[in-house]
Design a protein around this ligand. Sequence first.
Ligand SMILES: Cc1cc2nc3c(=O)[nH]c(=O)nc-3n(C[C@H](O)[C@H](O)[C@H](O)COP(=O)(O)OP(=O)(O)OC[C@H]3O[C@@H](n4cnc5c(N)ncnc54)[C@H](O)[C@@H]3O)c2cc1C
Length: 565
Amino acid sequence: MISHDILVVGGGLAGLSAALAADTRLSTAIVSRVHPLRSHSVAAQGGINAALGNSPDEQDDSWERHAFDTIKGSDYLADQDAAELLCEKAVPAIYELDHLGVPFSRFPGGVIAQRPFGGAGFSRTCYAADRTGLAIVHALYEQSLRRQVKVYGEALVTKLIVENERCVGVVIYDLATGQILPVRARAVIFATGGYGRVYLKTTNAYINHGSGIGIAYQAGVPLKDMEFVQFHPTSIYPKNILVTEGARGEGGYLLNNKGKRFMADYAASAMELAPRDIVARAIQMEIDKGNGFDSEYVLLDLRHLGEKKIQKRLPSVREICIKFLGLDPAEKPIPIQPAQHYSMGGIDVNDRCATSLEGFFAAGECACVSVHGANRLGGNSLLETVVFGKIAGQEASRHLEGLERKEPGEKTLLDEALAERNKVEAWMSRTSGEKAHRLLNRLKLVMSEKVGLFRTKSELEEALEEIREIREDYGRVCLSGICLRYSQVLVNMIEFACMLDLTEAITLGALRREETRGSHYRLDFPERNDADWLKHTLITLKDGRPEVSYRPVRITKYKPEERKY
Ligand SMILES: Cc1cc2nc3c(=O)[nH]c(=O)nc-3n(C[C@H](O)[C@H](O)[C@H](O)COP(=O)(O)OP(=O)(O)OC[C@H]3O[C@@H](n4cnc5c(N)ncnc54)[C@H](O)[C@@H]3O)c2cc1C
Protein backbone atom coordinates (compact mmCIF):
# COMPACT_ATOMS: atom_id res chain seq x y z
CA MET A 1 0.00 0.00 0.00
CA ILE A 2 1.25 3.51 -0.85
CA SER A 3 2.13 5.21 2.41
CA HIS A 4 3.51 8.66 3.27
CA ASP A 5 3.84 10.91 6.29
CA ILE A 6 2.26 13.89 4.54
CA LEU A 7 0.02 13.60 1.51
CA VAL A 8 -0.70 16.86 -0.30
CA VAL A 9 -3.71 16.67 -2.60
CA GLY A 10 -3.31 19.17 -5.46
CA GLY A 11 -0.28 20.26 -7.44
CA GLY A 12 -1.17 23.93 -7.94
CA LEU A 13 0.55 26.75 -6.09
CA ALA A 14 -0.92 25.95 -2.69
CA GLY A 15 -0.02 22.26 -3.00
CA LEU A 16 3.53 22.89 -4.25
CA SER A 17 4.10 25.48 -1.50
CA ALA A 18 2.86 23.04 1.14
CA ALA A 19 5.01 20.17 -0.12
CA LEU A 20 8.12 22.40 -0.22
CA ALA A 21 7.54 23.63 3.32
CA ALA A 22 7.11 20.17 4.84
CA ASP A 23 9.91 18.94 7.07
CA THR A 24 12.50 17.25 4.82
CA ARG A 25 12.89 14.37 7.29
CA LEU A 26 9.31 13.35 6.56
CA SER A 27 8.15 11.52 3.47
CA THR A 28 5.92 13.93 1.54
CA ALA A 29 4.04 13.27 -1.68
CA ILE A 30 1.65 15.14 -3.95
CA VAL A 31 -1.33 13.46 -5.54
CA SER A 32 -3.07 15.39 -8.28
CA ARG A 33 -5.73 14.69 -10.86
CA VAL A 34 -3.56 16.40 -13.47
CA HIS A 35 0.17 17.00 -13.76
CA PRO A 36 1.06 19.92 -11.43
CA LEU A 37 2.01 22.10 -14.40
CA ARG A 38 -1.57 21.81 -15.68
CA SER A 39 -3.19 23.07 -12.47
CA HIS A 40 -5.34 26.18 -12.75
CA SER A 41 -2.67 28.28 -11.00
CA VAL A 42 -0.75 28.42 -14.30
CA ALA A 43 -3.62 30.44 -15.80
CA ALA A 44 -3.16 33.32 -13.33
CA GLN A 45 -2.22 36.33 -15.37
CA GLY A 46 -2.21 39.65 -13.57
CA GLY A 47 -0.01 39.25 -10.52
CA ILE A 48 0.55 38.82 -6.81
CA ASN A 49 0.27 41.51 -4.14
CA ALA A 50 2.85 42.66 -1.61
CA ALA A 51 3.56 46.11 -0.19
CA LEU A 52 7.10 46.35 -1.56
CA GLY A 53 6.67 50.08 -2.25
CA ASN A 54 8.70 49.79 -5.46
CA SER A 55 6.58 52.16 -7.52
CA PRO A 56 8.69 55.36 -7.68
CA ASP A 57 6.12 57.74 -6.10
CA GLU A 58 4.48 55.21 -3.80
CA GLN A 59 7.30 54.15 -1.52
CA ASP A 60 5.35 54.67 1.68
CA ASP A 61 3.16 51.62 1.06
CA SER A 62 3.12 49.25 4.03
CA TRP A 63 1.72 45.84 4.89
CA GLU A 64 -0.76 47.57 7.22
CA ARG A 65 -2.15 49.54 4.25
CA HIS A 66 -2.36 46.33 2.27
CA ALA A 67 -4.26 44.75 5.18
CA PHE A 68 -6.65 47.70 5.33
CA ASP A 69 -7.39 47.51 1.58
CA THR A 70 -7.93 43.74 1.86
CA ILE A 71 -10.33 44.11 4.79
CA LYS A 72 -12.24 46.98 3.19
CA GLY A 73 -12.34 45.01 -0.09
CA SER A 74 -13.76 42.04 1.84
CA ASP A 75 -16.70 44.24 2.90
CA TYR A 76 -15.43 43.69 6.47
CA LEU A 77 -16.14 39.96 6.50
CA ALA A 78 -12.45 38.91 6.48
CA ASP A 79 -11.02 37.85 9.83
CA GLN A 80 -8.78 40.83 10.41
CA ASP A 81 -5.95 38.97 12.18
CA ALA A 82 -5.77 36.51 9.27
CA ALA A 83 -5.70 39.32 6.69
CA GLU A 84 -2.90 40.99 8.70
CA LEU A 85 -0.93 37.75 8.74
CA LEU A 86 -1.36 37.40 4.96
CA CYS A 87 -0.17 40.94 4.24
CA GLU A 88 2.72 40.90 6.69
CA LYS A 89 4.06 37.67 5.20
CA ALA A 90 3.55 38.94 1.64
CA VAL A 91 6.79 40.93 1.42
CA PRO A 92 9.18 38.11 2.47
CA ALA A 93 7.13 35.68 0.33
CA ILE A 94 7.82 37.72 -2.83
CA TYR A 95 11.55 37.94 -2.11
CA GLU A 96 11.60 34.20 -1.49
CA LEU A 97 9.91 33.57 -4.86
CA ASP A 98 12.37 35.96 -6.48
CA HIS A 99 15.29 34.01 -5.00
CA LEU A 100 13.77 30.74 -6.15
CA GLY A 101 13.95 32.03 -9.70
CA VAL A 102 10.54 33.54 -10.54
CA PRO A 103 11.24 35.93 -13.45
CA PHE A 104 9.30 38.94 -12.16
CA SER A 105 9.02 41.94 -14.50
CA ARG A 106 11.31 44.81 -13.40
CA PHE A 107 11.27 48.58 -13.26
CA PRO A 108 14.17 50.27 -15.10
CA GLY A 109 16.33 50.42 -11.94
CA GLY A 110 16.08 46.62 -11.59
CA VAL A 111 13.60 46.35 -8.69
CA ILE A 112 10.50 44.14 -9.06
CA ALA A 113 7.85 46.05 -11.03
CA GLN A 114 4.40 46.67 -9.51
CA ARG A 115 1.13 47.66 -11.18
CA PRO A 116 -2.14 49.06 -9.79
CA PHE A 117 -4.99 46.59 -9.21
CA GLY A 118 -8.62 46.98 -8.18
CA GLY A 119 -9.48 48.13 -4.66
CA ALA A 120 -5.84 48.90 -3.79
CA GLY A 121 -4.64 52.31 -2.69
CA PHE A 122 -1.14 51.64 -4.08
CA SER A 123 0.50 49.94 -7.06
CA ARG A 124 1.39 46.75 -5.23
CA THR A 125 0.79 43.91 -7.68
CA CYS A 126 4.04 42.22 -8.70
CA TYR A 127 3.91 40.42 -12.03
CA ALA A 128 5.73 38.44 -14.68
CA ALA A 129 4.15 40.18 -17.72
CA ASP A 130 0.66 38.61 -17.78
CA ARG A 131 1.89 35.07 -17.09
CA THR A 132 2.50 35.37 -13.37
CA GLY A 133 0.92 32.07 -12.30
CA LEU A 134 2.80 30.14 -14.97
CA ALA A 135 6.12 31.66 -13.89
CA ILE A 136 5.58 30.87 -10.19
CA VAL A 137 4.28 27.33 -10.73
CA HIS A 138 7.28 26.49 -12.92
CA ALA A 139 9.74 27.82 -10.33
CA LEU A 140 8.09 25.89 -7.47
CA TYR A 141 7.74 22.73 -9.55
CA GLU A 142 11.47 22.86 -10.29
CA GLN A 143 12.11 23.15 -6.56
CA SER A 144 9.88 20.14 -5.90
CA LEU A 145 11.99 18.13 -8.38
CA ARG A 146 15.15 19.26 -6.63
CA ARG A 147 13.66 18.21 -3.29
CA GLN A 148 12.53 14.91 -4.84
CA VAL A 149 8.92 15.32 -3.74
CA LYS A 150 7.11 12.26 -5.05
CA VAL A 151 4.22 13.19 -7.39
CA TYR A 152 1.33 10.87 -8.25
CA GLY A 153 -0.22 12.56 -11.28
CA GLU A 154 -3.50 11.60 -12.95
CA ALA A 155 -5.02 10.32 -9.72
CA LEU A 156 -8.34 11.61 -8.43
CA VAL A 157 -8.90 11.57 -4.68
CA THR A 158 -12.46 10.42 -4.04
CA LYS A 159 -12.66 10.19 -0.25
CA LEU A 160 -10.96 11.00 3.04
CA ILE A 161 -10.36 8.01 5.30
CA VAL A 162 -11.06 8.66 8.96
CA GLU A 163 -10.26 6.31 11.84
CA ASN A 164 -10.92 7.16 15.49
CA GLU A 165 -11.76 10.75 14.48
CA ARG A 166 -8.41 11.18 12.80
CA CYS A 167 -7.65 11.50 9.10
CA VAL A 168 -5.45 8.54 8.12
CA GLY A 169 -5.43 8.66 4.33
CA VAL A 170 -7.46 8.94 1.15
CA VAL A 171 -8.97 6.76 -1.54
CA ILE A 172 -7.74 7.48 -5.07
CA TYR A 173 -9.00 6.60 -8.53
CA ASP A 174 -5.77 6.01 -10.49
CA LEU A 175 -6.74 7.08 -13.98
CA ALA A 176 -3.89 5.34 -15.79
CA THR A 177 -4.65 1.87 -14.41
CA GLY A 178 -8.34 2.31 -13.61
CA GLN A 179 -7.73 1.06 -10.06
CA ILE A 180 -9.39 2.40 -6.93
CA LEU A 181 -6.86 2.26 -4.10
CA PRO A 182 -6.24 3.47 -0.56
CA VAL A 183 -3.25 5.71 0.24
CA ARG A 184 -2.10 5.86 3.84
CA ALA A 185 -0.95 9.19 5.29
CA ARG A 186 -0.33 10.49 8.79
CA ALA A 187 -1.46 13.96 7.69
CA VAL A 188 -3.41 15.07 4.61
CA ILE A 189 -3.36 18.58 3.14
CA PHE A 190 -6.04 19.54 0.62
CA ALA A 191 -4.95 22.15 -1.95
CA THR A 192 -7.60 21.23 -4.48
CA GLY A 193 -8.54 24.69 -5.83
CA GLY A 194 -11.89 26.21 -6.73
CA TYR A 195 -15.22 25.03 -8.16
CA GLY A 196 -15.79 27.42 -11.10
CA ARG A 197 -17.21 24.68 -13.30
CA VAL A 198 -20.44 24.48 -11.32
CA TYR A 199 -21.36 27.61 -13.33
CA LEU A 200 -21.96 27.78 -17.09
CA LYS A 201 -19.85 30.88 -17.57
CA THR A 202 -16.54 30.71 -15.76
CA THR A 203 -12.92 31.69 -16.30
CA ASN A 204 -11.85 28.46 -14.56
CA ALA A 205 -10.19 25.43 -16.13
CA TYR A 206 -12.28 22.37 -17.04
CA ILE A 207 -10.81 20.50 -14.07
CA ASN A 208 -12.12 22.99 -11.49
CA HIS A 209 -15.06 21.03 -10.12
CA GLY A 210 -14.34 21.68 -6.46
CA SER A 211 -14.38 18.01 -5.51
CA GLY A 212 -11.93 18.57 -2.65
CA ILE A 213 -14.40 20.91 -0.95
CA GLY A 214 -17.15 18.31 -1.34
CA ILE A 215 -14.98 15.47 -0.04
CA ALA A 216 -14.10 17.45 3.09
CA TYR A 217 -17.78 18.25 3.66
CA GLN A 218 -18.72 14.58 3.28
CA ALA A 219 -16.15 13.77 5.99
CA GLY A 220 -17.99 16.11 8.38
CA VAL A 221 -15.71 19.15 8.06
CA PRO A 222 -17.70 22.44 7.96
CA LEU A 223 -17.66 24.69 4.89
CA LYS A 224 -17.39 28.43 5.52
CA ASP A 225 -18.93 31.42 3.69
CA MET A 226 -19.83 29.42 0.60
CA GLU A 227 -22.38 32.01 -0.58
CA PHE A 228 -19.57 34.37 -1.57
CA VAL A 229 -18.78 33.62 -5.21
CA GLN A 230 -16.62 36.04 -7.18
CA PHE A 231 -17.65 37.04 -10.69
CA HIS A 232 -14.78 38.59 -12.62
CA PRO A 233 -15.78 41.72 -14.56
CA THR A 234 -13.80 41.01 -17.71
CA SER A 235 -14.11 37.64 -19.36
CA ILE A 236 -14.02 37.60 -23.16
CA TYR A 237 -17.44 37.28 -24.78
CA PRO A 238 -18.45 34.60 -25.71
CA LYS A 239 -15.63 32.23 -24.64
CA ASN A 240 -15.30 33.51 -21.06
CA ILE A 241 -11.52 33.38 -21.13
CA LEU A 242 -10.17 35.83 -18.60
CA VAL A 243 -8.73 39.23 -19.44
CA THR A 244 -6.66 40.09 -16.39
CA GLU A 245 -7.52 43.02 -14.14
CA GLY A 246 -3.96 44.06 -15.08
CA ALA A 247 -5.48 45.31 -18.35
CA ARG A 248 -7.41 47.92 -16.37
CA GLY A 249 -4.42 48.32 -14.05
CA GLU A 250 -2.37 49.36 -17.07
CA GLY A 251 -5.06 51.93 -17.93
CA GLY A 252 -7.81 50.11 -19.89
CA TYR A 253 -11.29 51.69 -20.10
CA LEU A 254 -14.72 50.09 -19.87
CA LEU A 255 -17.15 51.50 -22.44
CA ASN A 256 -20.89 51.03 -22.99
CA ASN A 257 -22.70 51.23 -26.33
CA LYS A 258 -22.75 55.03 -26.10
CA GLY A 259 -18.96 55.10 -25.86
CA LYS A 260 -19.19 56.26 -22.23
CA ARG A 261 -16.81 55.23 -19.41
CA PHE A 262 -19.80 54.18 -17.34
CA MET A 263 -17.83 53.37 -14.17
CA ALA A 264 -18.10 57.12 -13.45
CA ASP A 265 -21.72 56.39 -12.43
CA TYR A 266 -20.79 53.56 -10.03
CA ALA A 267 -17.37 54.34 -8.50
CA ALA A 268 -16.47 57.90 -9.44
CA SER A 269 -13.00 57.99 -7.95
CA ALA A 270 -11.69 54.43 -8.44
CA MET A 271 -13.45 54.08 -11.85
CA GLU A 272 -12.33 50.84 -13.58
CA LEU A 273 -10.17 49.97 -10.57
CA ALA A 274 -13.00 49.61 -8.06
CA PRO A 275 -13.15 46.12 -6.49
CA ARG A 276 -14.44 43.27 -8.66
CA ASP A 277 -17.87 42.89 -7.06
CA ILE A 278 -18.68 46.54 -7.83
CA VAL A 279 -17.30 46.52 -11.40
CA ALA A 280 -18.94 43.18 -12.31
CA ARG A 281 -22.34 44.41 -11.09
CA ALA A 282 -21.91 47.73 -12.90
CA ILE A 283 -21.24 45.91 -16.19
CA GLN A 284 -24.25 43.66 -15.75
CA MET A 285 -26.47 46.63 -14.86
CA GLU A 286 -25.34 48.47 -18.01
CA ILE A 287 -26.14 45.41 -20.11
CA ASP A 288 -29.54 45.00 -18.40
CA LYS A 289 -30.34 48.70 -18.99
CA GLY A 290 -29.79 48.23 -22.72
CA ASN A 291 -26.41 49.97 -22.73
CA GLY A 292 -24.51 46.87 -23.83
CA PHE A 293 -24.08 45.13 -27.15
CA ASP A 294 -26.45 42.30 -28.20
CA SER A 295 -27.70 42.32 -24.56
CA GLU A 296 -24.54 40.36 -23.73
CA TYR A 297 -21.39 42.46 -23.38
CA VAL A 298 -19.64 45.83 -23.05
CA LEU A 299 -16.19 46.83 -24.29
CA LEU A 300 -12.74 46.89 -22.72
CA ASP A 301 -10.70 49.42 -24.64
CA LEU A 302 -6.90 49.19 -24.55
CA ARG A 303 -6.16 50.97 -27.82
CA HIS A 304 -4.90 54.17 -26.16
CA LEU A 305 -2.16 52.18 -24.37
CA GLY A 306 -0.46 51.63 -27.72
CA GLU A 307 0.82 48.45 -29.30
CA LYS A 308 4.24 48.60 -27.62
CA LYS A 309 2.89 48.72 -24.06
CA ILE A 310 0.22 46.08 -24.78
CA GLN A 311 2.85 43.75 -26.20
CA LYS A 312 5.22 44.29 -23.27
CA ARG A 313 2.79 44.19 -20.35
CA LEU A 314 -0.15 42.16 -21.69
CA PRO A 315 1.27 39.80 -24.33
CA SER A 316 -0.99 36.85 -23.43
CA VAL A 317 -4.15 38.96 -23.45
CA ARG A 318 -3.21 40.14 -26.95
CA GLU A 319 -2.41 36.62 -28.12
CA ILE A 320 -5.65 35.20 -26.68
CA CYS A 321 -7.73 37.92 -28.39
CA ILE A 322 -6.03 37.34 -31.72
CA LYS A 323 -6.32 33.56 -31.51
CA PHE A 324 -9.82 33.24 -30.08
CA LEU A 325 -11.56 36.35 -31.45
CA GLY A 326 -9.47 37.28 -34.47
CA LEU A 327 -9.18 40.73 -32.90
CA ASP A 328 -6.04 42.70 -32.01
CA PRO A 329 -6.70 44.77 -28.85
CA ALA A 330 -4.17 47.31 -30.12
CA GLU A 331 -6.66 48.04 -32.90
CA LYS A 332 -10.12 47.16 -31.55
CA PRO A 333 -11.82 47.06 -28.12
CA ILE A 334 -12.44 43.63 -26.55
CA PRO A 335 -16.04 42.41 -25.97
CA ILE A 336 -16.29 41.39 -22.31
CA GLN A 337 -18.88 40.19 -19.77
CA PRO A 338 -18.73 39.04 -16.13
CA ALA A 339 -18.14 35.32 -15.42
CA GLN A 340 -17.65 33.20 -12.31
CA HIS A 341 -14.01 33.42 -11.30
CA TYR A 342 -13.19 32.59 -7.70
CA SER A 343 -14.54 31.03 -4.56
CA MET A 344 -14.12 33.10 -1.43
CA GLY A 345 -15.65 30.36 0.71
CA GLY A 346 -14.34 26.86 1.22
CA ILE A 347 -13.18 24.33 3.76
CA ASP A 348 -13.24 25.95 7.20
CA VAL A 349 -9.67 26.29 8.49
CA ASN A 350 -8.01 28.41 11.15
CA ASP A 351 -4.99 30.59 10.42
CA ARG A 352 -2.75 27.52 10.92
CA CYS A 353 -4.65 25.81 8.06
CA ALA A 354 -6.03 23.18 10.45
CA THR A 355 -9.59 21.89 10.05
CA SER A 356 -11.86 20.43 12.70
CA LEU A 357 -10.68 16.94 11.68
CA GLU A 358 -7.41 15.92 13.29
CA GLY A 359 -4.60 15.37 10.78
CA PHE A 360 -6.49 17.16 7.98
CA PHE A 361 -5.33 20.56 6.69
CA ALA A 362 -6.36 22.75 3.75
CA ALA A 363 -4.88 25.74 1.93
CA GLY A 364 -5.36 27.82 -1.21
CA GLU A 365 -8.61 28.42 -3.01
CA CYS A 366 -10.35 25.31 -1.61
CA ALA A 367 -9.88 26.65 1.94
CA CYS A 368 -11.49 29.59 3.73
CA VAL A 369 -9.15 31.11 6.32
CA SER A 370 -10.89 33.81 5.84
CA VAL A 371 -8.69 36.50 4.31
CA HIS A 372 -10.99 37.53 1.44
CA GLY A 373 -14.29 37.74 3.32
CA ALA A 374 -17.13 38.67 0.99
CA ASN A 375 -14.96 39.84 -1.92
CA ARG A 376 -11.36 39.05 -2.84
CA LEU A 377 -9.03 41.70 -4.22
CA GLY A 378 -7.18 40.79 -7.41
CA GLY A 379 -3.63 39.59 -6.72
CA ASN A 380 -4.47 38.35 -3.21
CA SER A 381 -5.22 34.76 -4.19
CA LEU A 382 -1.80 33.85 -5.56
CA LEU A 383 -0.50 35.44 -2.39
CA GLU A 384 -2.79 33.31 -0.25
CA THR A 385 -1.63 30.11 -1.97
CA VAL A 386 2.05 30.74 -1.26
CA VAL A 387 1.62 32.14 2.27
CA PHE A 388 -0.94 29.65 3.56
CA GLY A 389 0.37 26.74 1.47
CA LYS A 390 3.65 27.16 3.31
CA ILE A 391 1.92 27.41 6.69
CA ALA A 392 -0.02 24.22 5.92
CA GLY A 393 3.20 22.30 5.13
CA GLN A 394 4.87 23.57 8.30
CA GLU A 395 1.85 22.93 10.52
CA ALA A 396 1.25 19.42 9.19
CA SER A 397 4.93 18.64 9.94
CA ARG A 398 4.60 20.09 13.44
CA HIS A 399 1.44 18.07 14.04
CA LEU A 400 3.34 14.87 13.25
CA GLU A 401 6.12 15.71 15.71
CA GLY A 402 3.76 15.16 18.62
CA LEU A 403 2.06 12.11 17.18
CA GLU A 404 3.01 8.60 18.15
CA ARG A 405 4.11 6.58 15.13
CA LYS A 406 1.18 4.23 15.22
CA GLU A 407 0.18 3.11 11.73
CA PRO A 408 -3.57 3.21 11.15
CA GLY A 409 -5.23 -0.14 10.68
CA GLU A 410 -4.77 -1.47 7.17
CA LYS A 411 -8.28 -2.91 7.30
CA THR A 412 -9.96 0.50 7.57
CA LEU A 413 -8.06 1.72 4.51
CA LEU A 414 -8.81 -1.36 2.43
CA ASP A 415 -12.48 -1.38 3.45
CA GLU A 416 -12.93 2.25 2.43
CA ALA A 417 -11.40 1.63 -0.99
CA LEU A 418 -13.57 -1.43 -1.43
CA ALA A 419 -16.70 0.57 -0.61
CA GLU A 420 -15.75 3.13 -3.28
CA ARG A 421 -15.14 0.33 -5.79
CA ASN A 422 -18.55 -1.23 -5.03
CA LYS A 423 -20.21 2.13 -5.60
CA VAL A 424 -18.65 2.42 -9.05
CA GLU A 425 -19.58 -1.14 -9.92
CA ALA A 426 -23.20 -0.44 -8.99
CA TRP A 427 -23.24 2.56 -11.37
CA MET A 428 -21.72 0.43 -14.12
CA SER A 429 -24.09 -2.50 -13.66
CA ARG A 430 -27.18 -0.37 -14.33
CA THR A 431 -28.39 -0.83 -17.89
CA SER A 432 -30.66 2.19 -18.09
CA GLY A 433 -31.02 5.51 -16.31
CA GLU A 434 -30.07 9.17 -16.38
CA LYS A 435 -26.96 10.40 -18.23
CA ALA A 436 -24.52 12.24 -15.97
CA HIS A 437 -23.60 15.00 -18.46
CA ARG A 438 -27.25 16.04 -18.86
CA LEU A 439 -27.63 16.38 -15.11
CA LEU A 440 -24.41 18.35 -14.89
CA ASN A 441 -25.66 20.83 -17.48
CA ARG A 442 -28.91 21.21 -15.55
CA LEU A 443 -26.99 21.97 -12.39
CA LYS A 444 -24.82 24.60 -14.12
CA LEU A 445 -27.88 26.27 -15.58
CA VAL A 446 -29.60 26.49 -12.19
CA MET A 447 -26.49 28.00 -10.60
CA SER A 448 -26.00 30.52 -13.41
CA GLU A 449 -29.62 31.63 -13.61
CA LYS A 450 -30.59 31.61 -9.95
CA VAL A 451 -27.44 31.87 -7.83
CA GLY A 452 -25.48 34.41 -9.89
CA LEU A 453 -24.55 38.07 -9.53
CA PHE A 454 -28.03 39.15 -8.35
CA ARG A 455 -30.06 37.01 -5.99
CA THR A 456 -33.60 36.90 -4.54
CA LYS A 457 -35.33 34.72 -1.98
CA SER A 458 -37.71 33.14 -4.48
CA GLU A 459 -34.99 32.27 -7.00
CA LEU A 460 -32.72 30.85 -4.32
CA GLU A 461 -35.59 28.71 -3.01
CA GLU A 462 -36.27 27.45 -6.52
CA ALA A 463 -32.58 26.71 -7.02
CA LEU A 464 -32.42 24.71 -3.79
CA GLU A 465 -35.45 22.71 -4.84
CA GLU A 466 -33.95 22.00 -8.27
CA ILE A 467 -30.58 20.98 -6.83
CA ARG A 468 -32.39 18.50 -4.60
CA GLU A 469 -34.31 17.11 -7.59
CA ILE A 470 -31.08 16.75 -9.57
CA ARG A 471 -29.63 14.88 -6.60
CA GLU A 472 -32.49 12.39 -6.77
CA ASP A 473 -31.89 11.89 -10.49
CA TYR A 474 -28.19 11.44 -9.77
CA GLY A 475 -29.17 8.35 -7.76
CA ARG A 476 -30.42 6.81 -11.03
CA VAL A 477 -27.42 7.48 -13.27
CA CYS A 478 -26.19 4.66 -15.47
CA LEU A 479 -22.56 4.32 -16.56
CA SER A 480 -22.78 1.09 -18.50
CA GLY A 481 -20.18 0.30 -21.13
CA ILE A 482 -17.35 2.49 -19.81
CA CYS A 483 -13.72 1.43 -19.60
CA LEU A 484 -12.18 2.18 -16.22
CA ARG A 485 -8.89 3.48 -17.63
CA TYR A 486 -8.93 7.24 -18.08
CA SER A 487 -12.68 7.43 -17.86
CA GLN A 488 -13.66 11.08 -17.87
CA VAL A 489 -17.27 9.96 -17.48
CA LEU A 490 -16.39 8.23 -14.23
CA VAL A 491 -14.37 11.24 -13.02
CA ASN A 492 -17.36 13.47 -13.71
CA MET A 493 -19.68 11.07 -11.96
CA ILE A 494 -17.52 10.92 -8.83
CA GLU A 495 -17.08 14.68 -8.75
CA PHE A 496 -20.75 15.30 -9.43
CA ALA A 497 -21.74 14.16 -5.93
CA CYS A 498 -19.34 16.77 -4.54
CA MET A 499 -20.75 19.44 -6.86
CA LEU A 500 -24.25 18.71 -5.60
CA ASP A 501 -23.08 19.17 -2.03
CA LEU A 502 -21.25 22.38 -2.62
CA THR A 503 -23.93 23.98 -4.82
CA GLU A 504 -26.43 23.18 -2.09
CA ALA A 505 -24.14 24.85 0.45
CA ILE A 506 -23.67 27.95 -1.75
CA THR A 507 -27.41 28.29 -2.31
CA LEU A 508 -28.43 27.61 1.26
CA GLY A 509 -25.88 30.10 2.62
CA ALA A 510 -27.10 32.69 0.10
CA LEU A 511 -30.76 32.10 0.97
CA ARG A 512 -30.20 32.48 4.70
CA ARG A 513 -28.00 35.59 4.43
CA GLU A 514 -30.61 38.33 4.21
CA GLU A 515 -28.29 41.23 3.42
CA THR A 516 -26.00 42.44 0.65
CA ARG A 517 -22.27 42.16 1.29
CA GLY A 518 -19.43 42.06 -1.23
CA SER A 519 -20.16 39.56 -3.96
CA HIS A 520 -23.44 38.46 -2.35
CA TYR A 521 -26.05 40.88 -3.71
CA ARG A 522 -29.65 40.35 -2.60
CA LEU A 523 -32.10 42.44 -4.61
CA ASP A 524 -34.60 41.95 -1.77
CA PHE A 525 -32.08 43.01 0.92
CA PRO A 526 -29.90 45.59 -0.86
CA GLU A 527 -28.10 46.95 2.24
CA ARG A 528 -25.25 45.55 4.32
CA ASN A 529 -26.51 44.73 7.81
CA ASP A 530 -23.68 44.55 10.35
CA ALA A 531 -26.04 44.31 13.30
CA ASP A 532 -27.30 40.90 12.19
CA TRP A 533 -24.83 39.62 9.62
CA LEU A 534 -21.26 40.52 10.53
CA LYS A 535 -20.60 36.80 10.90
CA HIS A 536 -19.36 33.78 8.97
CA THR A 537 -21.73 31.11 7.69
CA LEU A 538 -20.76 27.52 8.52
CA ILE A 539 -22.47 24.59 6.84
CA THR A 540 -21.88 21.11 8.22
CA LEU A 541 -23.19 17.76 7.06
CA LYS A 542 -25.13 16.23 9.95
CA ASP A 543 -27.09 12.99 9.48
CA GLY A 544 -27.01 13.46 5.73
CA ARG A 545 -28.40 17.02 5.84
CA PRO A 546 -26.74 20.44 5.80
CA GLU A 547 -26.83 22.23 9.14
CA VAL A 548 -26.23 26.00 9.20
CA SER A 549 -24.49 27.84 12.05
CA TYR A 550 -22.62 31.12 12.41
CA ARG A 551 -19.36 32.41 13.89
CA PRO A 552 -18.41 36.02 14.67
CA VAL A 553 -15.90 37.83 12.46
CA ARG A 554 -12.61 38.58 14.22
CA ILE A 555 -12.01 42.33 14.30
CA THR A 556 -8.64 43.82 15.29
CA LYS A 557 -8.40 47.55 14.59
CA TYR A 558 -10.38 48.23 11.43
CA LYS A 559 -13.87 49.39 12.35
CA PRO A 560 -16.44 48.29 9.77
CA GLU A 561 -17.59 51.28 7.74
CA GLU A 562 -19.37 51.90 4.47
CA ARG A 563 -17.26 51.00 1.45
CA LYS A 564 -16.77 53.95 -0.91
CA TYR A 565 -14.51 53.97 -3.98
C1 LIG B 1 -7.86 32.56 -15.36
C2 LIG B 1 -7.47 32.90 -13.94
C3 LIG B 1 -6.59 33.93 -13.69
C4 LIG B 1 -6.24 34.25 -12.38
N1 LIG B 1 -5.36 35.27 -12.16
C5 LIG B 1 -4.99 35.56 -10.89
C6 LIG B 1 -4.03 36.57 -10.63
O1 LIG B 1 -3.48 37.19 -11.54
N2 LIG B 1 -3.70 36.82 -9.33
C7 LIG B 1 -4.26 36.14 -8.29
O2 LIG B 1 -3.91 36.41 -7.16
N3 LIG B 1 -5.16 35.15 -8.53
C8 LIG B 1 -5.53 34.85 -9.79
N4 LIG B 1 -6.43 33.85 -10.01
C9 LIG B 1 -6.84 33.00 -8.88
C10 LIG B 1 -5.72 32.04 -8.55
O3 LIG B 1 -4.99 31.71 -9.72
C11 LIG B 1 -6.22 30.75 -7.94
O4 LIG B 1 -7.11 31.04 -6.90
C12 LIG B 1 -5.06 29.94 -7.37
O5 LIG B 1 -4.05 29.77 -8.34
C13 LIG B 1 -5.54 28.60 -6.86
O6 LIG B 1 -4.42 27.83 -6.53
P1 LIG B 1 -4.61 26.45 -5.76
O7 LIG B 1 -3.26 25.88 -5.59
O8 LIG B 1 -5.45 26.66 -4.58
O9 LIG B 1 -5.47 25.55 -6.76
P2 LIG B 1 -5.21 25.09 -8.34
O10 LIG B 1 -4.08 25.79 -8.92
O11 LIG B 1 -6.55 25.21 -8.93
O12 LIG B 1 -4.80 23.59 -8.13
C14 LIG B 1 -5.70 22.61 -7.69
C15 LIG B 1 -5.00 21.27 -7.76
O13 LIG B 1 -5.80 20.29 -7.11
C16 LIG B 1 -5.87 19.12 -7.90
N5 LIG B 1 -7.15 18.47 -7.57
C17 LIG B 1 -8.37 19.03 -7.46
N6 LIG B 1 -9.27 18.14 -7.06
C18 LIG B 1 -8.61 16.97 -6.89
C19 LIG B 1 -8.99 15.66 -6.46
N7 LIG B 1 -10.24 15.36 -6.11
N8 LIG B 1 -8.03 14.70 -6.44
C20 LIG B 1 -6.75 14.98 -6.80
N9 LIG B 1 -6.34 16.21 -7.18
C21 LIG B 1 -7.26 17.18 -7.21
C22 LIG B 1 -5.74 19.59 -9.33
O14 LIG B 1 -5.21 18.59 -10.13
C23 LIG B 1 -4.74 20.76 -9.16
O15 LIG B 1 -3.43 20.26 -9.21
C24 LIG B 1 -6.80 33.52 -11.31
C25 LIG B 1 -7.67 32.47 -11.56
C26 LIG B 1 -8.03 32.18 -12.87
C27 LIG B 1 -9.03 31.08 -13.09
